[in-house]
Design a protein around this ligand. Structure first.
Ligand code: ADP
Length: 290
C-alpha cells in the first residue's frame, strides 16, 4: 500500500461555493519527491491542508472520500501525532514564527521543548540543523527582526529539527532571491537523501524540472495530470491547464511544431544541448567550432 493515498477525495470549505478539491485520486510513495503545480487558486494549498489534517480537523467543511496516511484515515489521526509525522512549512513565513521566542536558536528549539525532549538533546539537534542550513549567523538574532528570506530559512529549520517523515512545503522560496532559492532546494534534496517524503508546491518550474521526481498538475481543484517529471513537463497540455513548462521544454516543443526532427523534448540545459547537437549532426552540419 502507498504511504499516502487519496481516494475520490472532494472537499468544500465551510464558507465558499462549490468543491475546492474534486474527486482527487493520488498515491504518494515513501521517500519520493513530489511537486504540485498549477495556477493560483487551483487547490494546491488545500491539498496540503488535507494531508496535514487541517482539513477536516481545523477548517471543518465537507470532506468526502478517503485520505490514508501510513494506512490510517486522516479522520482517525490524533493531530499531535500527525504533526510529528508531517512537517508543514507555510507559504508565508511570517505566520510560522512563534512570536514568543527572542532568539533564532530558541525559536528552532520551541517545537522540541513542547514535546518535552531533554535539554541536551534539544541543543544538539538545534545545533545540527543550524549547521545544515548554514544559518549560524542568525543564531542570536530576534526572529521578529529577520528579513522575509531569513524567516523562511528559520521556519524550515524549526520544522526539520522535528525530524518529520513527510515534509509538506508550500512555496518555500517566495521570499527568496535565486541564490536563496538554490539553498532551499539543496536543503530539500538533503532531506530527500535522508529518506523523507517531500511534497512541494512551487512555481519555479526550472528547479522542479531538475529536482522533483513526480509531478501533480492541479486545475480548478482537480488533479488533471500526474506522472514522472519527464512525462509531465514535456507535455504541452500542462500549459493548457494553466501551469508553466520549463524553457527548454518550450524550445523543444517549438522545434517539434516546426517539424524539426527532435529525438526528445529536453527538460534541462544539458538535454537541450544534446538535442540541438543531434539536430545539427543529422543535418551534417558542424556542431561546434571551438
Ligand atoms: P492554490 O494553493 O493552488 O493557490 P488554494 O488551495 O489556496 O489554491 O485555493 C483553492 C480554492 O479554494 C480557491 O478558489 C480559494 O479561493 C479557495 N479557498 C482557499 N482557502 C479557503 C478558505 N479558507 N475558505 C474558503 N475558500 C478557500
Amino acid at each position: 500500500m502507498s504511504f499516502i493515498q487519496l481516494r475520490n477525495v472532494s472537499y468544500k470549505y465551510p464558507i465558499g461555493k462549490g468543491d475546492v478539491l474534486k474527486d482527487v485520486n493520488v498515491e504518494i510513495e515513501k521517500g519520493g519527491f513530489y511537486a504540485l503545480i498549477g495556477a493560483n487558486g487551483s487547490g494546491k494549498t488545500t491539498f496540503c491542508n488535507v494531508l496535514r489534517g487541517f482539513v477536516p480537523h481545523f477548517y471543518k467543511g465537507d470532506l468526502r472520500g478517503e485520505v490514508l496516511i501510513d494506512g490510517k484515515d486522516i479522520r482517525e489521526w490524533d493531530m499531535g501525532e500527525l504533526a510529528q509525522k508531517i512537517g508543514f512549512v507555510f507559504q508565508n513565513p511570517f505566520t510560522q514564527i512563534s512570536g514568543v521566542k527572542e532568539t533564532v536558536f530558541d525559536e528552532i528549539a520551541f517545537g522540541l521543548e513542547n514535546l518535552g525532549v531533554e535539554v541536551d538533546v534539544i541543543i544538539q539537534k538545534v545545533e545540527d540543523v543550524i549547521d545544515i542550513l548554514g544559518i549560524g549567523y542568525l543564531r542570536d538574532k530576534n526572529p521578529q527582526e529577520l528579513s522575509g528570506g531569513q524567516k523562511q530559512r528559520v521556519a524550515l529549520a524549526s520544522i526539520i529539527v522535528m525530524e518529520p517523515e513527510i515534509l509538506v512545503i508550500d512555496e518555500p522560496t517566495s521570499q527568496l532571491d535565486p541564490r536563496g532559492t538554490e539553498d532551499i532546494f539543496k536543503i530539500i534534496e538533503l532531506m530527500k537523501l535522508k529518506g523523507k517524503t517531500i511534497i512541494l508546491a512551487e512555481h519555479k518550474i526550472e528547479l522542479i524540472a531538475e529536482k522533483a521526481e513526480m509531478i501533480l498538475v492541479f486545475k480548478d481543484g482537480e488533479v488533471v495530470m500526474q506522472g514522472t517529471t519527464k512525462e509531465i513537463l514535456t507535455d504541452k497540455r500542462v500549459q493548457e491547464y494553466g501551469a508553466a513548462l520549463p524553457q527548454y521544454a518550450l524550445l523543444g516543443l517549438e522545434m517539434e511544431k516546426r517539424n524539426w526532427d527532435v529525438d526528445r523534448i529536453p527538460l534541462t540545459e544539458q538535454e537541450a544541448i544534446s538535442t540541438v547537437k543531434g539536430l545539427l549532426a543529422a543535418k551534417g552540419g558542424q556542431v561546434c567550432h571551438s
